[in-house]
Ligand binder design. Structure first.
Ligand SMILES: *Cc1c(COP(=O)(O)O)cnc(C)c1O
Length: 390
């Protein structure tokens, strides 16, 4: 029995699987560099250990959404290239420039703040210009691109910044053949050509997320930005299962059964009595709930492996716990209940929970709460402690 067996719940993070996934993705995008996207605490897996493991497997870039996430990676000792893209006015531009982080500008306000911060820092910023090639979310509209590129080139000539990248993001890369894919590629190529004609000489041009890395080779350019696939989860079931894509899910969410008891036929179960025992049975109490990120929308439908059988959540998922009908089985209190994992021990997957909750597997892993300890397995000492003894 290992030291974690007594935990109420745990999210086991298999860093060997993560490293293997990074290698598979690098092969799929041979010729391009790989950015390991570790935003939102590494999609719930722990940003720093995952960043270290991804680096060990050859990821030359790390990517985050917010600057605070990027600064936290630096503070943890991660060196090399780090980029972040989700800025708001007054953000920590100067700190990011001083920490040698690539920042992103998708509008004129950002460029103006970058120039002021670079002057204060006394060194040029590394700036990646973001275009909206059709997603309709962040980034500069094509009509405004000449103004942004012109201002960035002026600032580059004045020594305030270096334009290190030109980039954009797909809307429908997870729907192969969607007409927006070819349209976005064409707009992206035009915008890159325009910037290069204006004298921009970027280190990296990039457009591909996980689904594009797996299915759109012409979108790989110099760099692919992989998040979900690195965590071993298929970006969309239509693209294939994890196994079909050569990926292995990194997170296993398990809990210790808290109580097993007899209940007579006709017994209401959990808040609202949305489940009633159909016969004399046994009930198992699973001590995780929506505060731990188990989606309440999967009440009555989420699957759990207990005592070798997949059971379904009986009634409502509460804040801290839910119940399964064990149909007369009597596992010991303390027995392991596996909500999801790679699937090869018969346990459900994050994709199964996504279907039960009416969402996507990205959300299932990312929402696992801070109350669930992350337990790293197959890690090297450096990945978890950064080389510092625990
Ligand atoms: C989250 C994110 C990614 C990674 O997307 P996946 O589908 O998880 O690979 C890539 N690029 C940007 C801009 C993102 O926000």
């Amino acid at each position: 029995m290992n030291e974690t067996a007594s935990l109420r719940a745990r999210a086991e993070i298999d860093l060997a699987a993560l490293r293997a996934n990074v290698r598979v993705l690098r092969e799929r995008a041979a010729g391009a560099q790989l950015m390991a996207v570790v935003k939102s605490d590494g999609y719930g897996h722990g940003a720093v250990p995952c960043a270290r493991a991804a680096r060990a497997a050859g990821a030359t870039w790390l990517g985050t959404a917010t600057p605070h996430e990027a600064l936290a990676l630096r503070a943890a000792g991660l060196d090399g290239r780090i980029m972040c893209w989700l800025w708001t006015p007054g953000g920590p531009w100067r700190e990011a420039i001083e920490a040698d982080i690539d920042v992103s500008a998708g509008g004129m306000w950002a460029l103006r703040e970058i120039v002021v911060a670079a002057e204060a820092a006394g060194r040029p910023a590394r700036v990646q210009l973001k275009a909206d090639t059709g997603l309709g979310r962040g980034g500069c509209q094509p009509a405004d691109w000449p103004e942004l590129v012109g201002a960035a080139r002026d600032a580059e000539r004045a020594g305030h910044l270096r334009i290190t990248g030109l980039w954009s993001h797909f809307a429908c890369a997870d729907e192969p053949g969607h007409p927006s894919i070819a349209a976005q590629l064409a707009v992206y190529r035009d915008l890159v050509a325009y910037a290069e004609k204006e004298g921009v000489d970027p280190e990296v041009r990039h457009l591909a997320n996980s689904p594009a890395t797996l299915t759109i080779p012409e979108a790989h350019f110099d760099l692919v930005r992989t998040g979900i696939a690195m965590y071993g989860i298929s970006p969309a079931p239509e693209l294939g299962t994890s196994a079909e894509l050569g990926l292995r899910p990194v997170m296993t969410l398990a809990a210790a059964v808290a109580l097993v008891k007899d209940a007579p036929a006709g017994h209401g179960v959990s808040y609202g009595h949305h489940y009633t025992t159909p016969a004399d049975t046994t009930l198992g109490l699973i001590p995780v709930g929506y505060a731990d990120g188990v989606p309440r929308h999967a009440s009555g439908s989420g699957p759990v492996l207990v005592g070798g059988k997949v059971r379904t959540v009986a009634g409502r998922i509460a804040m801290d716990q839910f119940v399964v009908d064990l149909g007369g089985d009597r596992p010991e209190a303390g027995a392991e209940a596996v909500l999801f994992g790679p699937g090869d021990r018969g346990e459900p997957t994050a994709q199964d929970w996504a279907e039960a909750a009416g969402t996507i597997a990205y959300e299932i892993v990312t929402r696992i709460g801070a109350r669930v300890p992350r337990v790293y397995v197959n890690e090297t000492a450096d990945e978890v402690t950064g080389g510092v003894p625990r």
